[in-house]
Design a protein around this ligand. Structure first.
Ligand code: PLP
Length: 394
């Protein structure tokens, strides 16, 4: 049975050219970039070349890129880094209710340290409430952290407007662009972004490597202390193969993004149309247009997302469901709940995320397989059609 991978928002396979580019740095050009001989300086040169490639993807300057151990670390560095370095200016952070846990749990931890955090609401499409954002600003606000696009439903946030609000008040603006970097164009200068997180494994690079863009002049404290690596902003011998791989992945993404964006959008829309025609009572989650090209998130009423996921897996199809397993029980997605989706409907969510190896044939297969899975599960569903959620139409 051919595997059909439709979980590119969870992670992506490394691009073959990325692997090829990384290989020599494991056992040929293995010098420590901090050493002085040529073997080491070649590794150092490769890091700087990769830094330029990452910067080019964002229209940033190379010295504004700090390599990190992934997206989670980049988010931590941005938020804690600003909180620690700007204590004298204030102690208030604004974020949203639909952020990734890398941001939400960092903010929750800071609250325990005495900082104040406001979690902004979103509308039914998952778009940030800009009025609430404006009203939440205080003279103690030091940072606004709002994601570029949501990882579950794909909604793209109005980051340019948010950046403008922040800039007018002299507040730093960080955006988690882990799902958007390499998928849709980003220009940090034009958008007025002060800090931006990205992650290698979401754009066909390796896992455990990421980057934080920090605009020149932004004051952040390092989280990891030690040697003078990364201009004293992130100590530790660099992950040279990972950095080289991330650089290559960014270079490829810059070239392929425009075509891939269009191709994925068409496939994604065909998938939704096909499913919507064959399955009753499904709801599209996320913004109808302002959405990442590769993400389709739906709720199938009267069925558990987990059950559909397991049945699809038996057919060789990999997808995600929004529910997260917390202490042995399934919690509905905090993103869908924030968008006003009732808990019993949110339990029936499925996220398909398409990527560079997704074909029309894959989409056709899902369209042919899922309706019978839903029919079978609905026949034994504990949520009767009489359930209150019937009224919910998204
Ligand atoms: N932020 C978002 C929006 C994500 O989707 C993810 C990963 O799923 C992360 C942060 C964490 O990135 P990493 O897996 O590189 O730590």
């Amino acid at each position: 049975m051919k595997k059909i991978y439709l979980d590119y928002a969870a992670t992506t396979p490394c691009h073959p050219e990325v692997i090829e580019e990384m290989l020599p740095f494991f056992n040929q050009i293995y010098g420590n970039p901090s050493s002085v001989y040529q073997l080491a300086q070649k590794a150092k040169g490769a890091i700087e070349e990769a830094r330029e490639k990452v910067a080019r993807l964002l229209n940033a300057e190379p010295e504004e890129i700090i390599f990190t151990g992934g997206g989670t670390e980049a988010d931590n560095m941005a938020i804690k880094g600003v909180a620690f370095a700007n204590k004298k200016r204030g102690n208030h952070i604004i974020t949203s209710r639909i952020e990734h846990h890398a941001v939400i749990n960092t903010c929750k931890w800071l609250e325990k340290q005495g900082l104040k955090v406001t979690y902004i609401s979103v509308d039914k499409f998952g778009v940030i409430d800009l009025d609430e954002l404006r009203k939440s600003l205080t003279d103690k606000t030091i940072l606004i952290s709002i994601m570029h696009a949501n990882n579950e439903v794909g909604t793209i946030e109005p980051i340019q407007e948010i950046a403008k609000i922040a800039r007018e008040r002299g507040i730093y603006f960080h955006t988690d662009a882990v799902q958007t970097a390499g998928k849709v164009p980003i220009d940090v200068k034009e958008s007025g972004i002060d800090m931006l997180s990205l992650s290698g494994h979401k754009l066909y690079g390796p896992k455990g490597i990421g980057a934080l863009y920090v605009r020149k002049g932004v004051k952040i404290s390092p989280l990891i202390h030690g040697g003078h690596h990364e201009r004293n902003r992130r100590a530790g011998t660099e992950n040279v193969p990972g950095i080289v791989g991330l650089g290559k992945a960014c270079e490829i993404a810059s070239k392929e993004m425009a075509n891939e964006e269009k191709r994925l959008r068409e496939l994604r829309d065909k998938l939704y149309k096909g499913l919507n025609e064959r399955i009753d009572d499904i709801i599209l989650n996320g913004h109808p247009h302002r959405r990442l090209p590769g993400i389709l998130n739906i709720c199938v009423k009267y069925v558990e997302g987990e059950s559909m996921l397991i049945n699809l897996d038996l057919e060789g199809i990999c997808v995600s469901s929004g529910s997260a397993c917390t202490s042995g029980s399934l919690e509905p997605s905090h993103v869908l709940l924030a968008m006003g989706v009732p808990a019993e409907v949110a339990h029936g969510s499925l996220r398909f995320s398409l990527g560079r190896n997704t074909t029309q044939k894959d989409i056709d297969r899902v369209i042919s397989v899922l309706p019978s899975i839903v029919e079978k599960l609905r026949a034994i569903s504990p949520f009767g059609k009489e359930a209150k959620s019937k009224e919910y139409r998204g």
